[in-house]
Write a new protein. Structure first.
Length: 255
């Protein structure tokens, strides 16, 4: 889905606050509802905006609600604040690998065809909170970083590199040639996620779209194929991501 009118806006207190804290140069102007009082987070947004010479306008936000509903079909809570921003900057895989510290093992999430902005935002938030080093997406069958993604991530998109590759298949080959292991979440597999030893290696966790899963091409490149066992129908992709990501952190950080 294209978000032509929305692409230069973010909304929600956490999304705006985290952008001000991490990357204030992205913000061109902030609009705060004139119809609500300022709570602590809105006061902090106002303070940071003034400190970073960002213009604030107190106004009616109804037009932004209308734009969001028209383009996403969703009713959202702006939480009293919208910001005009420049788009999130993607980096390429070479840049990511060159920036990476050589004295520690790295962890990536690769998203294959995950197109729902809520899932994308939730995965960004979880990966960032867990200390992962980046999110890798492809040029095709991928959700862009939309305002809904930014809000769902609670601003975490400003704290983790978003890597874009023309070909996920080629990117995975490149990672494997650079001493990375590929771990694919495949609910049709028999091996449980907690049976893999995630320690002492660079690894990328590949997650596929709900319903379609990971493409066969990428699945065939995986060094490990894992599943999250359930007694009901499978969890959505962001819930599965959270379960597996925190198992990897338990092993690599706390054992």
């Amino acid at each position: 889905m294209e978000y032509k009118k929305l692409k230069n806006y973010i909304f929600g207190k956490n999304a705006v606050l985290e952008t001000l804290l991490k990357n204030p140069k992205r913000i061109n102007k902030i609009y705060i509802s004139k119809n609500i009082g300022l709570d602590n987070r809105l006061k902090k947004i106002k303070e940071l905006a003034l400190n970073n010479s960002v213009i604030i306008q107190f106004t009616n936000l109804n037009k932004y609600l209308e734009i969001i509903k028209e383009e996403t079909g969703e009713e959202v809570n702006l939480q009293g604040v919208v910001a005009s921003v420049s788009p999130v900057e993607y980096i390429d895989l070479d840049t990511f690998l060159n920036r990476a510290q050589k004295d520690k093992f790295k962890k990536l999430v690769i998203l294959d065809g995950v197109s729902d902005p809520h899932n994308f935002g939730a995965i960004i938030r979880t990966a960032t909170a867990a200390g992962y080093d980046g999110i890798l997406v492809g040029n095709h069958r991928a959700c862009p970083v939309t305002p809904v993604v930014e809000k769902t991530s609670a601003g975490a998109v400003n704290h983790i590199p978003i890597i874009k590759a023309n070909s996920l298949s080629g990117a995975i080959d490149y990672l494997k040639n650079n001493d990375w292991w590929i771990i694919a979440l495949d609910m049709n597999n028999s091996d449980n996620y907690f049976d893999v030893d995630y320690k002492n290696m660079n690894f990328a966790l590949v997650l596929g779209a709900e319903g379609d899963g990971i493409s066969k091409t990428l699945l065939n490149k995986a060094d490990f194929k894992i599943k999250v066992p359930t007694h009901f129908e499978s969890l959505n992709v962001s819930a599965c991501a959270a379960v597996v990501i925190y198992e990897t952190i338990r092993q690599t950080e706390y054992t």
